[in-house]
Design a protein around this ligand. Structure first.
Ligand SMILES: C[S@@+](CC[C@H](N)C(=O)[O-])C[C@H]1O[C@@H](n2cnc3c(N)ncnc32)[C@H](O)[C@@H]1O
Length: 289
């Protein structure tokens, strides 16, 4: 295929991001439907699909669409059938790849072991994706000393490191910190990782503090204390918080706890969606002394 249509590139990005098949957007028009079931589309898919647990579900959906929408009754091609059969016995869970224009970040994560692992840090949350999009579209200056709180899988920290920032990714959970180290290694990027349990571990110098989906439950006084301490170490540091608005009272309660700061809400015009996720609204707060 000479030129890959935009929608097939979107299919590829969603596949690499392992978007849940019930939210997967295959096409948006009739013309795209007809292209989706063409033999050359199968050849294109065959170039980047590999056997994995996710691929099994992806191909099952694709074959169903082929059956339903192909007027010439196109059969699945041999390469795709081979990948599908290999996927049936595959135990492989490859890293999720987030594509932001010319930049991509891969992270190992899990939707399933969330509760078993006892931490929310094993998957990337919508606010983390939104923060990554915002930063990609409003790049930080190389050399900026960035500290991330509650880094989770490390998507945001790794992106900042790729943009040339000097990054310290932190999380209160040692296992999550270990995961960030592994993900940084996977992306061949240099960043430091350290445990920082809010309200307990000491603050560190930073020009920019980033945090996404950290205002979700429980006693947020520890988080407010850490933010406060960070601005004692560097009074000029700016905090950028991406908050998912699940319950309005939770965020209002947190804003009351940091009422000694200036807080500015960033406008939605600052970025557009580049990744694939469904989300309750995410609001960005710039917090500073
Ligand atoms: C909902 S996850 C968000 C992860 C990531 N920022 C994202 O948006 O995908 C919350 C993260 O905060 C961390 N966390 C929760 N309570 C914490 C605390 N008291 N101190 C430090 N980190 C904490 C968790 O381990 C987890 O990684």
């Amino acid at each position: 295929m000479d030129t890959i249509p935009d929608f097939l590139q979107r299919v590829k990005q969603q596949y690499l991001q392992q978007v849940s098949l019930d939210q997967f957007q295959w096409v948006t028009s009739d013309i795209e439907w007809s292209v989706l079931v063409e033999p050359f589309t199968q050849a294109y898919l065959g170039e980047f699909l590999y056997p994995s647990i996710y691929t099994k579900f992806f191909l099952k959906s694709y074959f169903r669409l082929l059956d339903k929408h192909s007027q010439n009754h196109t059969e699945p091609d041999e390469t795709l059938l081979y990948i599908y059969i290999e996927s049936l016995s595959s135990r492989e869970i490859p890293p999720v790849q987030y594509t932001l224009g010319d930049c991509s970040v891969q992270v190992y994560e899990s939707q399933n072991i969330l509760l078993r692992a006892g931490t929310t840090g094993v998957r990337t949350w919508e606010a983390g994706m939104a923060l990554a999009e915002l930063l990609y579209q409003n790049p930080i200056n190389p050399g900026t000393r960035v500290l991330e709180l509650g880094a989770g899988t490390g998507l945001v920290s790794i992106l900042c490191s790729k943009m040339g920032a000097s990054v310290l990714a932190t999380d209160g959970d040692n296992k999550v910190c270990q995961g960030v180290e592994e993900n940084a290694h996977l992306n061949e990027c240099e960043l430091s990782v350290q445990r920082l349990l809010w309200g307990v571990d000491p603050p560190v110098y930073a020009d920019l503090v980033l945090a996404s989906d950290v205002t979700y439950e429980g006693d947020l006084r520890c988080l407010a204390t850490t933010m406060n301490d960070l601005t004692v170490v560097n009074p000029r540091c700016k905090i950028l918080l991406a908050a998912t608005l699940r319950r309005r009272e939770t965020i209002d309660n947190f804003l009351r706890l940091i009422s000694n700061f200036h807080v500015r809400v960033l406008t939605k015009k600052k970025y557009e969606k580049l990744l694939y996720y469904d989300s309750p609204p995410v609001v960005f707060y710039e917090i500073f002394r």
